[in-house]
Every structure is written in structure tokens, then in C-alpha cells.
Design a protein around this ligand. Structure first.
Ligand code: PAF
Length: 304
């Protein structure tokens, strides 16, 4: 299968790397020339707990060098989805399926401005990865991948995409309720990302402090209320337990938001805790903890 990965940050490189190792025809697309050059020259190094591996996907800076893909996996930051789709329309043909495994709320709507909903697959990943240097990432947390068709039946063959992911070593489940997947993952990012970026700690360290656990819980509790007002049926206790469990399982990982803050990049705060504030307002739900976390991150972004 010809697979284009739009956005070769840590997660895009991880998925693209393992898919190419499994024999798929993978091309990573990223504006970061140094990363692209290093991958083409020396391969992509993935640091695993069991040792380093080297994989050899192609890498380019421009979609026009790729041709039409069978599957495009969008892995850019959620704040860049629209721009990335515009810049990569060359690789999307009438049959191309588009899979988003991004963090944040609103990606499906952005992608649907460019591709029919029947060809969009959305999902979540519980893997964690860190960009170490051009051409080198660390695989810092292992978890399941959940995907589902955005338009329900009659569209892209989601089972076939799931099979390709499984063959590459990603434990993958197909779900019939994509929006639940998106909200479920959002809960994890709401609880972990801003706090780890503010405290500058890896995910697992949040669990060591009662105060941090209380803040995680409070942010997630607000988000659960918003999700349920938006038509979900999330259980407060179960959701909080799940967020804590992901923080533990990805304990060594520096969250994507911490990596962004550390590297002076804009974060996904607006599509994570910021989305909770926005969606909360629509339903008349106050979200003071998410408001504090969002504003602290915005100040940090402006101060760098
Ligand atoms: O954004 C992230 O870093 C990841 O979604 C997660 C699961 C929080 C692991 O670090």
C-alpha cells in the first residue's frame, strides 16, 4: 500500500517508520529539511527499550514528489490541520483514504473541508514518542490504536487499514463510534498535556504528586461534563482512572505539549483544553480549571 504520512514529527515518524519496516511503500512528508535529509541519507533511528532499530521510509518536503497515495495519515499538530491539507492535496486522489490519529478536537471537520467524509477515518493512539534529533526518535510509550469510519458504513475499508497497522506491529481495534474515540483521547490530553508542560515533567511524574493528581482529576471532570453535554456518555470515575493509567503507562514520555514548550513551538492547547472551554460555553458549562491551564500555556508560549 502506498502510504503518505503528513507530518513526520515523533508520532508520524514512529507510524511511518514501522509501516515501512513492515514492507509498505511509505513516504514521510515534513517541512523540516534536516530531518528529511537525515532519513534519506541514513534511515530513521527508533530508540526502543530493547535497543535501537533503523528503518528506511522515504522522506520529502513536498507532496508533489509523492504522487497519489492509497492512504494518507495526518500527523501534523491539530492547529496545523487545515494548512497541511491545503499543502498536500497533490497526494490525495479520488480513492485516497485519509486517516487522522492526531491529538485534539476538530481535526475531522478540518479534513472534511478537503475530502469526502466517506473517505475519512479518525482514531486515536496511546503510543508516545519523542523527537530526539533529526532522523532519531524515541518510542516512549506503547498502547492501542483505535480507528473508525467517520461516515459509518459504505465508505473506506477501515478493516483493511486496521490490518495494515496490525501487520506493522500496532495493536489496532476498529470502532463504530468515532466521536467517542476522539472524546476519549481528548480526556487523556486534557489531563496530561498542559500539566506536564507547565510542571516540565514526564507523564508519570504527575502521579507522584497529590496536587498534580487533583488538578488532573479536576480538568478531566470538567471535560467529562462537557463531553456528556455534547452527547457522549462518559463515566467520570472510569475516565479519570483511564487518564491516570495512560500517564503511568507512558510514564517516561515527555508529552507532546512539553516537547513543544521545550522547543519553543506553538502548542495544541487551543484544540485540547481550549476546546473544552469553547465546547463548554456552547452548553453553559463553566470550565475554570481548563481556563487556568489554557491561559498558563498561552503565557508560556508568548514568553519564549
Ligand atoms: O500528546 C501526547 O504526548 C500523547 O497523546 C500522550 C498519550 C499524552 C502521551 O504522552
Amino acid at each position: 500500500m502506498k502510504i503518505a504520512v503528513i507530518g513526520a514529527g515523533a508520532m508520524g515518524s514512529l507510524y511511518g517508520g514501522y509501516l515501512s519496516k513492515a514492507g509498505q511503500d511509505v513516504c514521510l512528508i515534513d517541512v523540516w529539511q534536516e530531518h528529511v535529509d537525515r532519513i534519506n541519507r541514513e534511515g530513521l533511528a527508533i530508540e526502543e527499550a530493547s535497543g535501537d532499530i533503523k528503518v528506511y521510509p522515504k522522506a520529502v518536503c513536498h507532496a508533489r514528489e509523492v504522487g497519489t497515495a492509497d492512504l494518507a495519515i495526518v500527523f501534523v499538530k491539530s492547529i496545523m490541520t487545515q494548512k497541511a491539507m491545503e499543502a498536500n492535496l497533490d497526494l490525495i486522489g479520488p480513492e485516497t483514504a485519509v486517516l487522522s490519529l492526531q491529538n485534539g478536537y476538530g481535526n475531522v471537520e478540518e479534513i472534511a473541508r478537503f475530502v469526502e467524509r466517506e473517505r475519512i477515518i479518525a482514531g486515536t493512539t496511546a503510543h508516545g514518542a519523542t523527537m530526539l534529533q533529526p532522523g532519531r526518535i524515541r518510542h516512549a510509550g506503547i498502547g492501542a490504536t483505535h480507528i473508525g469510519a467517520v461516515s459509518g458504513e459504505g465508505g473506506t475499508d477501515v478493516a483493511a487499514v486496521a490490518q495494515v497497522l496490525r501487520h506493522a506491529g500496532f495493536e489496532t481495534e476498529v470502532s463504530g463510534n468515532v466521536m467517542k474515540l476522539v472524546w476519549d483521547k481528548l480526556m487523556i490530553n486534557v489531563g496530561i498535556n498542559a500539566l506536564t508542560a507547565i510542571l516540565k515533567v514526564p507523564n508519570g511524574r504527575l502521579l507522584e504528586h497529590e496536587e498534580a493528581r487533583m488538578l488532573m482529576e479536576a480538568a478531566v471532570e470538567e471535560a467529562v461534563r462537557v463531553a456528556n453535554a455534547a452527547g457522549m456518555d462518559l463515566d467520570r470515575e472510569e475516565t479519570i482512572r483511564r487518564v491516570m493509567s495512560v500517564a503511568g503507562r507512558t510514564g517516561e514520555n515527555r508529552s507532546s505539549m512539553l516537547q513543544d514548550i521545550t522547543n519553543g513551538r506553538r502548542t495544541e492547547i487551543d484544540t485540547i483544553n481550549g476546546a473544552i472551554i469553547r465546547e463548554g460555553k456552547k452548553h453553559g458549562i463553566h470550565t475554570p480549571v481548563n481556563m487556568v491551564l489554557t491561559n498558563l500555556i498561552r503565557i508560556m508560549e508568548k514568553s519564549q
